[in-house]
Design a protein around this ligand. Structure first.
Ligand code: SAM
Length: 222
């Protein structure tokens, strides 16, 4: 390929990537047994919180860069381990105090869970909001966004075509227990497409790291 062709190719790639960067990346993670009160111990997060440690690692994978925080990411943690479900939302644009370690993230979530119950988003710390309500409410908020549900047996993610020209996308993932039939029904009703990133079952946070890489490099949705 001649030098000028490479230049044209590079420009095209840059245009496409900036188009993707303009979209919002939403990650929705379902915590099947995740606690909805701040009564867990930071000394034993896995043993006392219904596996909030998994959700903490997902938060790290979604936001944390080598030197900064992804601004175009929003994470919804759907906590189903209480009497009524709660959702914590983390918005990259205003998110502060997030460090790469699990304990700091768990401490931020603990603060959010201490906020009084309300069905409307209530601010906890900068960029972190909490409300009562579960997956159906989140997916209603994300209506109009291209929704992809991560499932080992879904369609190859590389075969997916973009349905929202803005580039906004929502990825829905399960925790160590996967996605229960009740949530599957809600996800299906919202019109999400089940996609797989390979035949091997991975940890949810590893899937998120791969999804971020795919979006960064325009690996799918060409
Ligand atoms: C540790 S896996 C869940 C395993 C759980 N035992 C199950 O049976 O579903 C956590 C989540 O990561 C996502 N996941 C893991 N591997 C995947 C793959 N190869 N393709 C798509 N999603 C995957 C799914 O959303 C899954 O619910």
């Amino acid at each position: 390929m001649a030098a000028c062709d490479w230049h044209a190719f590079g420009t095209k790639v840059a245009c496409i990537s900036s188009l993707f960067l303009s979209g919002m990346r939403n990650f929705v993670i379902i915590g099947n047994k995740a606690i909805t009160t701040p009564t867990f111990s930071l000394e034993d997060i896995p043993g006392t919180s219904g596996r909030l440690d998994i959700l903490c690692r997902c938060v790290t994978a979604a936001f944390v860069l080598s030197h900064g925080i992804r601004k175009d990411v929003c994470v919804y943690l759907v906590l189903l381990g209480g009497e009524i479900p709660k959702t914590i939302q983390l918005r990259g644009e205003t998110l502060r105090h997030l460090n790469p370690d699990e304990r700091t993230t768990a401490a931020l979530l603990k603060k959010a869970l201490a906020v009084s119950d309300t069905p409307d988003w209530a601010l906890s710390t900068s960029g972190i909001f909490v409300r009562t309500g579960g997956l159906a409410n989140v997916l209603a908020d994300l209506k109009g966004t291209s929704m992809l549900c991560l499932r080992e047996e879904g369609a190859d993610i590389r075969s997916i075509t973009k349905s929202d020209p803005s580039g906004n996308v929502a990825f829905i993932l399960g925790d160590h227990m996967g996605i229960a039939p009740e949530e599957e029904a809600v996800i299906e009703q919202a019109g999400a497409v089940a996609v797989s990133i390979g035949p091997v079952s991975l940890h949810a946070d590893h899937c998120i790291a791969l999804l971020n890489w795919m979006m960064d490099t325009n690996f799918f949705w060409k």
